[in-house]
Design a protein around this ligand. Sequence first.
Ligand code: C2E
Ligand code: MG
Ligand code: MG
Ligand code: MG
Length: 277
Amino acid sequence: AAKRQGRNRFHYYTPAMHEAATARMRLSNDMHVALADNQFKVYYQPIVELATGRVCKAEALIRWQHPRLGLVSPAEFIPIAEDTGQIIQIGDWVFRQAAEQAVHFRATHHPEFQISVNTSPVQFKADTENHTPWFAYLKELGLSGQSIVVEITESLLMETRDEIGAQLLALRDNGMQVALDDFGTGYSSLSYLKKFDIDYLKIDQSFVRNLMPSSNDMVLCEAMIVMAHKLGIKVIAEGVETESQRKLLKQIGCDYGQGYFWSKPVAAEEFEKLLTR
Ligand code: C2E
Ligand code: MG
Ligand code: MG
Ligand code: MG
């Protein structure tokens, strides 16, 4: 607990807090070698077109196989990588993996297959030319920008830096699409939809989890879908786990679904089997 007394501030660190800080520092150190040592993997989770049941996209999700700790969740190490700046290098690596995989899936599965890649606000640096190496890499692979959907979060759009809009525009100028992730969990989402061009809204799984006919969540999902469609935005529902949720979402006009109902995120080879099923 921290105590404030006039101009003097005393911070008392509990052993638990000290332990957490040490663990973070250790993870950050271990992350330095993780890329070179091939400890990261990209898993893919299908995104399904609800009208047809077709797997038409996949979300790329990073996994860290730590030599001592085993599988470390991105929820644990991504925030640390954001603090230390390591997310830039890691994010570039994920992008390249996803692009290479998109070449493959487009050749073997469907010519319009897309892979969506999560990004952190830290990856949108002051420099508006920031993503130029990505565009060059796509060209090198002979891959259309359309094969990539860049997932951003509301926290990026909350930033007042003018260059944010320019960087999103550059991505879209290069054919990429933009998805707003975890929609509905942040702040004043609606004004961002007016200010930035977004291709997809991803309804956060917290709205889908308890989806039932005539529930509040149902009303909210329906409202988000109607609003998005009127703005020309397609909707992806996250965290679909049951047939009932799938059916309800389809019924209210949701375009795409993603969740354990179809598959957990899996390694690329596993994903390929899923596509041929
Ligand atoms: P997200 O982008 O919202 O990704 C969806 C998360 O929900 C994934 O967790 C996925 O495994 C999980 N999920 C999918 N379907 C279901 C379901 O039906 N039920 C439940 N309970 N969960 C489901 P994961 O893979 O642990 O990733 C957590 C978060 O870490 C991601 O949330 C994203 O914010 C971040 N992340 C993952 N990979 C990357 C990356 O390469 N770069 C960045 N910047 N962030 C990443
Ligand atoms: Mg995401
Ligand atoms: Mg999400
Ligand atoms: Mg999330």
